[in-house]
Design a binder for this molecule. Structure first.
Ligand SMILES: [Zn+2]
Length: 308
């Protein structure tokens, strides 16, 4: 199967998005909902396809706007079907209603993590709706299923319903593994709160590494931002998280009881806007991992302390 990367720019802090065209039938992660990105995507597709109507499926690895943003427009233009992992699908399918629910969930999560009320309000009010339809038809994908010859591999952690797509020679990874920065875990999808998102994510990394051809480099790893990633990068991200877990534990030793927000400020300094959610969520994910391992305990009132 052929996998062609189409760089789609404009509108994301992580840099240029990577859309992937597979066998001229499937487009994975069309990109952010901006005119600049749409122009890049169209130009890329028109160079590869005889006609846009050859496209059968638009697959989105996860619900973040820089990945799903152009999906409704592309699907309508090509008369294609949109598909996503089943936990993430509702966030595009019922965009307007799910956005309201997500903002409430984000606020509740941040409050639990000890983020002050004025910061919570600023994060929620700073969330601008994406130019997406209130509702969009989306079909759900589950692990192991095949779609137009592509194997669906559930890769949760960065979001609850994140999926990757596999051919014999390539793995299209979305934000499960990125070449230059570490995908946020914990704050990037508050659906994962309370479910040990970091443990889930580390399991995802282990499952990816265990797939045939990944460690040897026979399978090309295709990230959602950038061109390729080395298999060593998966191990590096795992090591990074182990190191950060130790830093969270050390920061907690310096205090008697602390919330994820306290520790996030100890580790990362001032956190403004969306970084308050990402930082506190990331620390909360490490604390959940430590709690699962029996190293810390969650106290009444939401603070954490080292286990006796
Ligand atoms: Zn993402």
């Amino acid at each position: 199967m052929t996998v062609v990367r189409l760089p789609v720019g404009g509108g994301t802090p992580e840099g240029t998005n990577s859309a992937y065209l597979v066998d001229e039938r499937v487009l994975v992660d069309p990109g952010p909902p901006t005119e600049a990105a749409w122009s890049d995507l169209r130009t890329g597709l028109e160079a590869e396809l005889e006609t846009l109507s050859n496209l059968e499926y638009v697959v989105c690895t996860h619900w973040h706007a820089d990945h799903v943003g152009l999906a409704p427009r592309l699907a309508e233009t090509c008369n294609a079907t949109i598909t996503m992992g089943e936990r993430d699908a509702p966030l595009l399918m019922e965009y307007a209603a799910e956005r309201e629910a997500r903002l409430e969930r984000d606020a509740a999560a941040m409050t639990d993590w000890g983020v002050p009320g004025d910061v919570v309000t600023a994060v929620v009010e700073g969330d601008r709706p994406s130019p997406l339809p209130d509702a969009t038809p989306v079909e759900s994908l589950v692990d192991g299923q095949t779609i137009a010859g592509l194997e669906v591999v559930e890769t949760p952690g960065h979001t609850a319903g994140h999926v990757s797509l596999a051919t014999d020679e390539a793995l299209v990874l979305g934000d499960a593994v990125l070449p230059t920065y570490t995908p946020n875990v914990g704050g990037s999808d508050t659906q994962t709160r309370g479910t040990d998102p970091l443990g889930t994510y580390l399991e995802t990394l282990n499952r990816l590494l265990a797939r045939e051809g990944v460690e040897s480099g026979a399978v090309t790893l295709r990230p959602g931002h950038g061109e390729t990633v080395d298999p060593e990068r998966i191990e590096a991200i795992r090591d990074h998280h182990d190191e950060r877990t130790r830093r969270v534990e050390t920061a907690l030793e310096e205090r008697t009881v602390a919330t994820p927000w306290d520790l996030a400020r100890d580790l990362f300094g001032d956190l403004e806007g969306i970084h308050a959610k990402f930082g506190a969520g990331e620390v909360a994910a490490h604390l959940e991992r430590l709690e699962r391992d029996g190293a810390v305990e969650c106290e009444d009132g939401g603070g954490y302390a080292l286990a006796e």
